[in-house]
Write a protein of this length. Sequence first.
Length: 81
Amino acid sequence: MMNEHEHVPRALQEVWTWKDEIYRGVQHLGRREALHEIMNQAHEAAVKFGFASVASPVAPQCVAESHATYGETSTVAGDEQ
């Protein structure tokens, strides 16, 4: 009998494992808190490997939390002037 992952590239299997580990780390959190935690971990990794500065990743979090529909212009909470 063939293993269902027998013909799946190793790189894709590693991505699946990585995603499962991320999910297990945030499954106890609400959606917003989980997204914040994932963003913070991604930013820390980007800083560690030289892809980002030490500054906080504020802009992506604001975009992720907005309720705007793609293509619309709107303000993000806290950005009103």
